[in-house]
Structure formats: C-alpha cells, structure tokens
Design a protein around this ligand. Structure first.
Ligand code: GRF
Length: 321
C-alpha cells in the first residue's frame, strides 16, 4: 500500500470526532495516520485520549496572543510533526488568513449542518426553528470565509417531531463520526480516483484550440476541429478490455515510436488493445506519480498530428516566439 497521508488534528474540547478519526486510522487499510493532536486548550479532554493512544500532543493557549501569533505557534508544531493535512475537529478558533493560505487545499473541517445552510453556531436550533425535515453534517475544505469552503461530503439526518437541539445534536454527532473518517480517506486518496484523473486530462485537452469532448464507445475522447469533421487526438481509458490501468491514449508517429517508448519506460507506456496497431500509445495515469506537464505535452503533440493545417500553422508560428 502507498505511504499513508500524515494528519494533524486540531481540537478545543471533547474530541469525539478526533477519537473517530484515531480509531479509523488503526485499521491497516486506512490511507492516513494521525501524527499529532494539537489544541489551544491545554486541558481539553481530547488531548488525554490522544496521549493514551500514543499520539503526540501539543497545546498552547491563545490567551494574550494575537491571532496571527497563536496560529504561527500551532503552524510550527504541525510542521514539526511532519503532517501534510490539518483536520479541524471542534477547533473553536477563527483562523488567520495567513494560516488558511498556508494550508489551502490541505485543511478540512466538519460542521453540523447541511452546508451552505446554517454556517456558524446554533445550527441545530436554527434547523428546527426553520421547520426543516432534515438536518445533517458536512465535511468541507477550509477557506478564508467561515464554513464556506467546497463541500466534500455530507450526511443527512432526519429531524424527529419531538427533537430539541440536544437530541438532534447527539444524532448528528453519530453521523459525523461515520462521515469524517470516510471523507478524509477519500480526500487524501483523491489523486487515485478516476474522476479526479479524468478532470486533469479534460482541462488540458480542452485548453488546446478548437477541441471538444465526445464519448467513443463509452470512453471520453477529445477531438480537434468542427463537430462533424473533427478528429480524435486523445482517449481516456479506464480498465477497458481487461487492462489493469487508467490511461491516456495519444497518437505517436507510428509503430516504431510506440515500440521505442515502451522499451524505454515499460512502467509508464503500454500498447493499448485494439488501438496499438495503429500507433496509438497508452500512458498510465494511475501510478500516483503522473507528471501533468508531460501529459499536457503529449496532448499537444497528438493534437498537432491531427489538427487541420490552418490551426497547426498558427501554433508553429507561435512556437517560434
Ligand atoms: C462537532 O459538533 C463538530 O461538528 C463541530 O464541533 C463539534 C466537535 O465535537 N465542528 P467533538 O469535539 O468532535 O466531540
């Protein structure tokens, strides 16, 4: 299994979500490990638990410090732990912009509402007062605005006729404990998800001139030229024809180039079934080490081979500058 993602959890209190993450991480196939639990509250009950579970802990009260100064202390402790991700679990501090920027796309939070509804506090009572039939919880990326970053996952929780804020909160908490570990696991492994990989290819293929996407035998492909006369310059393949990998098919100059590429780097290149004889080459995209600039270069080269002359001429001229 690939190396586990290293996680620092920030808490201010009880730490039940932290506990859920800690216990999920004990399973051998969990893609993350908890390397630090840190708090702004030195006697937060969650720290005692983390310590008993042999996880490094760190605490520094915020009293008397500016927001920036306290965040810097926390940031330094997180960096020292080697964590790549910061996971907020009941961390009752508004974070400085600088801290949020440093952990952009690497910091998650859990919030007890179905965002974008009910940001901030008192979410349960607000949902009940509004007469909602369902409440729930959301895991989201942390951005500068409070509870506003892209939502990664949500669980709906039914509101019962005689629910009060406490009874609803305790049911939502059960849902949180299920949601957070699984949302974190899929986030840290996102670069292995076919959808994420496809999106990377798509952005680069459609950035080329006069291109559009069309399915070809169920697989996304990209064509250059008009809707009617356009030609394919790339296909995305996902475990097609019993092949073991996710790959990108692009055009080479022919069988010789195809053979040379496979000889030179057999872990990266392979001859795609059915297309191989016509000189298309498959590039593996699921090695976890994809060089996306290299993929963009391949897409351009392949585009150039099939694009109408009027387009390639312009790009040749541009290449000279
Ligand atoms: C949870 O309700 C969570 O949604 C919110 O803070 C609470 C933390 O609880 N962000 P715990 O400390 O994880 O038990």
């Amino acid at each position: 299994m690939a190396e586990k993602a290293r996680i620092a959890i920030l808490i201010s209190g009880r730490g039940s979500n932290m506990a859920a993450l800690v216990y999920a991480a004990k399973s051998s196939d969990c893609p993350y490990e908890i390397v630090l639990v840190a708090s702004n509250v030195p006697d937060a009950p969650g720290l005692t638990l983390a310590h008993a579970e042999q996880i490094d802990i760190f605490a520094h009260p915020h009293k008397g410090l500016s927001r920036e100064a306290h965040d810097t202390i926390m940031h330094d402790a997180i960096v020292r732990s080697g964590a790549e991700y910061v996971v907020l679990a009941g961390y009752m501090r508004i974070l400085s912009d600088g801290f949020v920027r440093k952990w952009a796309d690497h910091m998650l939070n859990i919030h007890p509402s179905l965002l974008p509804k009910y940001k901030g506090l008192d979410t349960y009572q607000r949902a009940i007062d509004a007469g909602d039939k369902v409440a729930g919880c959301s895991v989201h990326l942390v951005t500068a605005e409070l509870d506003d970053g892209p939502v990664l996952a949500q669980t709906e929780v039914a509101i019962l006729p005689d629910d009060d804020a406490d009874s609803l909160a305790s049911r939502i908490l059960i849902a949180e404990h299920q949601l957070y570990p699984s949302a974190l696991a899929s986030y840290v492994t996102r670069e292995a998800h076919p959808d994420w990989i496809l999106e990377q290819v798509r952005q680069r293929a459609l950035a080329l001139e006069e291109t559009h996407e069309r399915l070809s035998f169920g697989s996304p492909g990209w064509r250059v030229g008009g809707e009617k006369t356009g030609k394919y310059f790339a296909y995305f393949t996902q475990r097609l024809h019993g092949e073991a990998s996710i790959g990108l098919l692009v055009k080479t100059t022919g069988i010789d180039e195809q053979t040379a590429l496979i000889d030179a780097d057999p872990d990266l290149y392979y001859a795609p079934k059915f297309y191989g004889k016509s000189g298309w080459i498959a590039i593996r995209l699921d090695t976890g080490q994809t060089d996306w600039d290299h993929i963009a270069d391949w897409l351009r080269k392949s585009w150039q081979m099939v694009a109408p002359r009027r387009l390639t001429r312009l790009s040749e001229i541009a290449d000279q500058f």
